[in-house]
Design a protein around this ligand. Structure first.
Ligand code: HEM
Length: 533
């Protein structure tokens, strides 16, 4: 090639290097300016906030596991006692944390319509199993799916369709514990055993099948497939965040969150159940599948399109399973744990249960379960201390102006796309609304229930039009299980449970370090030492 050729190549390399350097420096400068101004968002708007750290924003500690995300949120909530709201940076994303019950009711009451979406990732959801979850959907799509949920969860269904199915599964659980206890004692991993109980209940209530028995068989196929679909780790977790951050790209690649095998498993179950019920009217019942079959008939009669297909029904049944599985099994874990460390409350609950059990034994009526006042209060107080969903997330769909964050400040414009959060856990553990907030005192929900609801600082099931649709279902399935367990067993703390309970910083949901463990000990005597104060 010679000298001439070499110098041309050299010139090209130099040019390429120059261009690359210029491009890199430009990207760096733009990113720096963008990050600098983005991270000044709250300062410019006069909103109290903690100093962010680089690209982590205010997420440094939870990202490195030094504190749980929930506790960190409580820290932000507590940093300014007079502010109506504070700000924090979820990495680069500024979040408005509404912290006073007055501002929560004012903002969500007045502008609820513009704050009624959780976040918009519908565009990126291709996976049939995640397609019909009202929580994940927005606007009209969410309303349609929510209407199916409310039909399935109407009070008459709760009593006639769901209660008998729950009762059967609760008796199954008791038989399992009895069979596996040694000298009337057994130590259990609560999340595992309550997860299996809830799985069996939901396999019947959501999918209409009665053969899933994960209580007796942890390798039950339905249970394994459901856990596969609901476990988010590794590549699946990455895919999920990718879908949230780049919905259009995820849409382009038609990304799924579950494997073909898992999807086809649920689709074929629904296909079989629907086919059987189509030809055998006596096999019909009003679980989620039955409700969807009724909707399908109405659509057909009124020529409404698009049709309700097997895929639509599967998606709806899976949405039911997904909404209820982790929430209710975690609730059972927290309740049993709190009772195990609060002997007085446990004795008082036993006293109430014993009276009903004397009459109904292990076949209580729907009414008898719902009339137990202390049982109800125990669950409410558990959800106060550990609301399962520790914050409520909404996204603003239209610019709105809200009152100043602090007295003397200026009104603040929440732009379209901004996230607005309600820190449920922090609010419900605030001594201004709950005297001695760390103390488990179910009596609060008997003597001061009215005041609690007036203050507006009790929101375990959310609020306004995106409020949880399954609260009654969650209470019923939890009450029934507790009724059966408390009647027969004393709950003791297990050596394996790390006390005092500390939230695991590596888990996104509320879960204790070392997991949930509980000891059940068969009751010997019928009378309790509960006092009535
Ligand atoms: C202890 C149990 C449960 C807790 C603590 C809980 C909590 C919540 C919360 C905080 C929300 C968001 C509310 C908002 O943004 O204002 C929600 C939404 C929802 N929950 Fe639950 N939930 C529980 C059980 C259930 C069950 C058993 C079902 C169904 C059978 C269910 C179905 C739903 C649905 C469909 C939504 C979305 C509603 C919508 O976006 O329109 N939940 N839940």
């Amino acid at each position: 090639m010679g000298l001439f050729g070499n110098s041309i190549i050299l010139r090209y390399i130099t040019l390429i290097l120059q261009h690359t350097t210029i491009t890199l420096v430009t990207i760096l400068v733009i990113s720096f300016v963008y990050y600098y101004f983005q991270k000044r968002f709250f300062k410019i708007n006069g909103i109290p906030h903690a100093k962010p750290s680089g690209i982590f924003g205010n997420m440094m500690q939870p990202s490195f596991g030094s504190v749980s995300f929930v506790e960190r949120l409580k820290f932000h909530y507590s940093m300014d006692n007079v502010a109506h709201y504070v700000g924090f940076y979820d990495f680069n994303n500024p979040i408005i944390l509404l912290r006073s019950p007055e501002i929560i009711s004012e903002v969500l009451g007045k502008y609820g319509t513009y704050l009624s979406n959780h976040y918009d990732c519908y565009e990126s959801i291709h996976d049939v199993l995640f397609k019909n979850n009202p929580y994940l959907l927005t606007d009209q799509r969410s309303l349609i799916c929510a209407s199916h949920f409310s039909k399935a969860l109407k009070p008459s269904n709760m009593e006639d369709a769901f209660f008998p199915l729950m009762l059967k599964r609760s008796k199954n659980l008791m038989e399992y514990i009895e069979k596996n206890a040694t000298n009337g004692r057994i130590t259990m991993n609560s999340k595992d055993i309550f997860g299996r109980y809830i799985n069996d209940v939901l396999s019947s209530c959501a999918f209409g099948i009665d053969y899933s028995d994960s209580i007796n068989n942890p390798n039950d196929e339905f249970y394994k497939m459901a856990m596969d679909a609901l476990t988010f780790k590794g590549l699946k977790l990455f895919k999920f965040f990718f879908m949230r951050t780049y919905p259009s790209l995820a849409n382009y690649f038609r990304m799924n969150l579950t494997s073909d095998k898992v999807r086809w498993f649920f689709i074929s179950i629904v296909h079989d159940i629907v086919s059987i019920r189509d030809v055998n009217p006596d096999k019909r019942r009003l679980d989620m599948i039955g409700t969807m079959m009724e909707v399908r008939l109405r659509y057909y009669k009124h020529k409404i399109s698009p049709d309700i297909t097997i895929e639509t029904i599967t998606a709806q049944a899976f949405a039911f399973y997904m909404s209820a599985y982790d929430s209710t099994s975690s609730l059972l874990c927290f309740v049993t744990h709190l009772l195990s460390i609060n002997a007085r409350a446990q004795a008082k609950l036993y006293d109430e249960v014993r009276k009903v059990y004397e009459k109904f034994q292990d076949e209580p009526t729907y009414e008898a379960i719902n009339n137990m006042e202390y049982l109800d209060a125990v669950i409410c107080e558990t959800l106060r201390l550990y609301p399962i969903t520790p914050y409520i997330e909404r996204v603003c769909t239209r610019p709105i102006t809200i009152p100043p964050a602090v007295p003397g400040g200026k009104r603040f414009l929440i732009d379209k796309g901004t996230s607005v959060w309600v820190p449920t856990y922090a609010l419900q553990n605030d001594s201004r609304y709950y005297p001695y907030p760390k103390i488990f005192r179910p009596e609060r929900f008997i003597t001061t229930r009215k005041q609690i609801s007036e203050i507006g600082a009790y929101l375990p099931f959310g609020l306004q039009d995106r409020k949880c649709m399954g609260d009654k279902f969650a209470f019923l399935v939890t009450k029934l299980c507790l009724y059966q367990l408390v009647a027969k067993y004393q709950f003791n703390t297990s050596d394996r449970m790390i006390l005092p309970l500390e939230l695991d910083p590596w888990k996104f949901q509320m879960y204790p370090k070392g997991g949930f463990w509980i000891d059940f000990e068969e009751r010997k005597q019928k009378n309790s030492d509960a006092n009535d104060n």
